[in-house]
Design a protein around this ligand. Structure first.
Ligand code: NAP
Length: 249
């Protein structure tokens, strides 16, 4: 059993999720670090977390599949009571116009970025809600400024998926507000992680710096700081909020 509050971070092996794991460990949380394919990266994040005295386990699981959700939450139940979920796992696809999208692209985009997040939240609520004899908890969904901007000519499908995350955040927060659960979202702007390379544009974060009012991309650590705030008791009256972490864009 875990002795510190247990935090599940989906997509915790790299980028924003990994930064959240490291900072959470430093702030006294135990970690369950989910990853999809990069076992070595996940193990390295867990090792970093243990330096801060955290119990840190890793769990492979594709959040877009039921098998993945089952294995992630079986691991949660082995560890004890779940305090927090950082619903972070997400993907982009290569830059394309809407008239170039095919069905397979959209299925993946919505399976990971929308249905996977809703399924993780569902399983978290079942464990956290006082309605189900839980002790309450906190959910932080990672959205994107794309939800507001629409990302024309780049990935309107991703933007639409993130807009669904925003609406889901507001609706779920109100549904469970009297059940001890706070639900909030963060909209990162252009953050310097490997996600841009996975979309075929490894230099995207640096290239787009001039369109950001602060004239630079953000860092994964800067997003993680906001996640840690929303998880904390300092945010005890904050629910249904969507915080832009975007350098003013
Ligand atoms: P990243 O560097 O590409 O890392 C993605 C993480 O998600 C990895 O840990 C990856 O695991 C995991 N992952 C991907 N698909 C998964 C799946 N199906 N099941 C489980 N895990 C999966 O991405 P990032 O930039 O940190 O993005 C994190 C979140 O922030 C995403 O929701 C993204 O949409 C959002 N966001 C990012 C930016 C940005 O500019 N970076 C801006 C706005 C919003 P593996 O290591 O095993 O592959």
């Amino acid at each position: 059993m875990t002795s510190r509050p247990l935090l599940l971070v989906t997509g915790g092996s790299r980028g924003i999720g990994a930064a959240v794991c490291r900072k959470a460990a430093a702030h006294g949380y135990d970690l369950l670090i989910n990853y999809h394919s990069n076992n070595i990266a996940a193990e390295a994040v867990a090792a970093d977390c243990r330096v801060f005295g955290a119990n840190a386990d890793i769990v492979q699981g594709d959040t877009a599949t039921e098998a993945g959700i089952e294995s992630i939450f079986r691991a949660v139940d082995r560890l004890g009571s779940l305090y927090g979920l950082v619903n972070n796992a997400g993907v982009v696809d290569v830059t394309a116009r809407v008239d170039e999208f095919d069905r397979a692209r959209l299925d993946r985009m919505f399976a990971v970025n929308v249905i996977g997040k809703i399924r993780c939240a569902t399983e978290a609520v079942k464990r956290m809600s006082t309605r189900h004899a839980g002790q309450g908890g906190v959910i932080v969904n990672i959205s994107s400024m794309a939800a507001v901007i629409g990302s024309p000519g780049q990935y309107v499908d991703y933007a639409a998926a993130k807009a669904a995350v925003d609406t889901f955040t507001v609706g779920l927060s109100r549904e469970v507000a009297t059940e001890g659960i706070r639900v909030n979202a963060i909209r990162p702007g252009i953050i310097d992680t490997e996600i841009h390379a996975s979309g075929g544009l490894p230099d995207r974060a640096r290239d787009l710096a001039p369109i950001v009012p602060m004239q630079r991309p953000g860092t994964a650590d800067e997003v993680a700081d906001s996640v840690l705030y929303l998880l904390s008791p300092q945010a005890s009256y904050v629910t249904g909020a969507i915080l832009n972490v975007s350098g003013g864009r």
